[in-house]
Design a protein. Sequence first.
Length: 193
Amino acid sequence: MEEQDFILALQKGTNQAYSQLLDEYQQKVFSTCISFVPNSEDAEDIAQDVFVEVFNSIGKFKGDSKLSTWIYRISTNKCLEFIRKKNTKKRFGFMQSLLGNDVPIDKSSYFTEFNHPGVQLENKEQSEILFAAINKLPEAQRIVYTLNKIDDLSYQEVAEITEKSISSIESLLFRAKKNLQELLHDYYKKDET
């Protein structure tokens, strides 16, 4: 089925089109979600939210980009929304503790639990450290780095998803790599001794 016909079938709400959408995109969306939020349960929840958003918004899809680009954009936005909410809750808990209210605080970083299915057990510790460092990058760098290096999307695809120029993508990737080198320098320096 041609993409335009597929989009029309989705907009009409046919069960076959929705089944095909899930078959084609379920694993891709989950992979993107787990790259941003390395916890399987949360990534699954976010992926479900992505498909709910796709189903609810497909009627508004104008075809200005490829369907896959639109779905990646929704996935990225849902992940960032989840991370922001998580960080807001942690800040609220911290403020409550400062004010003396008895609110339990999760003092560990959210990203210490690492369950990315593509990472072998022996590489888990290094991957946890890498993902924690990626999470410390400024948001634009984190998005571009994750889409390009973790999800293996081309510069062109990342540019379409983020609605930035390819030169912006290259610049953000360069800065992200430089920042990651600085963030990981102490860890690797400690390993040498």
